[in-house]
Design a protein around this ligand. Structure first.
Ligand SMILES: *Cc1c(COP(=O)(O)O)cnc(C)c1O
Length: 361
């Protein structure tokens, strides 16, 4: 018997979340962000489902783009981190990718291109990670326009604090980018990540770039995907493999960090941090057992966790467990573990099979 632990992926929910992004930015097109293995949901099936909704996908790395082309996906593909080595240019040209450029360093190796590569310019409007300084964008663009192998198709920038609706930096970045747009009205512009789809107003741009919202996670702090009208896409599922009765005072797990306050029944679930369940999830983190919300107890092990079965006294070995999905929100687990749903979703380990459902129709 193969292990039961698995991630079920609802590709119809994914597509409905994409349509939510479209509705929130009706004057823009949206490129679907599928980097990091489709935020852990499986690059190829996710891309295939989203390619039915949009003509443009975006990835971080050349390998991810290669994987999509090998799978026969013909959508436009934006390469968000651009190219890093001379040899990358031939691959980018061959695969018809659209690299995002932030520096002249990246042009090394682009001289010999015998077909034009469409490129985006990454503008630094305040995040100070990657990007051309606003005052240098015009010069960089001139340089690229004079290059026989390249064609500038757009300007792109990224928000630093879009998850916090009251952060003043977002407005400054938007204004800076609007100014750049004014200076380059002939190319496309793209600013909004998922969070900006919930801003008032949604920034005016040709392309939005929704990522986490497609997968049902919240891009905003202090809320959850479902509270924003998004549907969970991944259900991380397992089952009980043991049940045991504890006396008051008996400890559970490594470090004996949790002790039974009174007689109780606990269960062992066959999932742990080796599967990507967060080791930092504390006692009390919700875990749905047989449809009842129970609580994690003790430390998360590599292959197992323990749960307090008080809300679900009939549970037995084999009872299904949901770690996150429709009954326990991934944002809720992330909050308990001191992280964000992005990290939990992208961190589901390769040993957990992804079971894809829907996505056609
Ligand atoms: C990952 C990424 C996005 C998507 O961000 P979300 O917060 O997941 O919506 C958008 N733009 C760029 C440049 C990215 O790297």
């Amino acid at each position: 018997m193969p292990r039961y632990t698995r991630a079920r992926i609802d590709l119809d929910a994914l597509r409905r979340n994409f349509r939510q992004a479209r509705q929130r930015a009706p004057h823009s097109a949206s490129m679907a962000i599928v980097k990091a293995d489709g935020y852990g949901h499986g690059l190829e099936p996710v891309a295939r489902a989203l390619a039915r909704e949009t003509s443009c996908l975006a990835v971080a790395t050349l390998d991810e783009a290669q994987h999509l082309r090998d799978a026969g996906i013909e959508s436009a593909i934006v390469l968000l981190e651009g190219v890093h080595e001379a040899a990358d240019w031939l691959v980018a040209a061959d695969l018809a990718l659209q690299p995002v450029l932030h520096s002249r360093h990246q042009l090394e190796g682009s001289d010999g291109l015998n077909q034009r590569v469409a490129v985006w310019i990454k503008c630094n409007t305040g995040m100070n990670r990657l990007g051309v300084a606003p005052q240098d964008v015009a010069g960089f663009r001139q340089h690229l326009d004079a290059h026989p192998g390249l064609r500038v198709v757009g300007l792109l920038s990224h928000y630093a604090c879009a998850d916090d609706l009251s952060h003043p930096m977002t407005r400054r970045q938007r204004e800076c980018f609007q100014h750049l747009h004014g200076e380059h009205p002939d190319v496309q512009v793209s600013l909004a990540n998922s969070a900006a789809h919930f801003h008032e107003p949604v920034p005016d741009c040709d392309w939005t770039r929704p990522g986490i919202m497609l997968y049902g996670g919240t891009p905003l702090i202090g809320t959850s995907g479902p509270a924003l009208g998004l549907e969970p896409v991944m259900s991380l599922e397992s089952r009980l493999i043991a049940v045991r009765d504890l006396e008051a005072g008996e400890p559970v797990g490594y470090g004996a960090t949790w002790t039974a306050p009174g007689p109780c029944r606990m269960g062992i679930v066959e999932i742990g941090y080796g599967d990507g369940y967060p080791r930092h999830a504390p006692s009390g983190t919700p875990v749905a057992v047989g449809g009842y919300r129970c609580a994690l107890i003790g430390r998360v092990s590599m292959d197992m966790i323990a749960v307090d079965l008080t809300p679900c006294p009939d549970a037995a070995p084999g009872t299904p467990v949901e770690l996150w999905g429709a009954q326990v929100g991934v944002d809720e687990v992330a909050g308990m573990a001191g992280t964000i749903s992005y990290e939990l979703l992208t961190g589901v380990a390769p040993r957990v099979p992804r079971i894809h459902q829907g996505g056609h129709g």
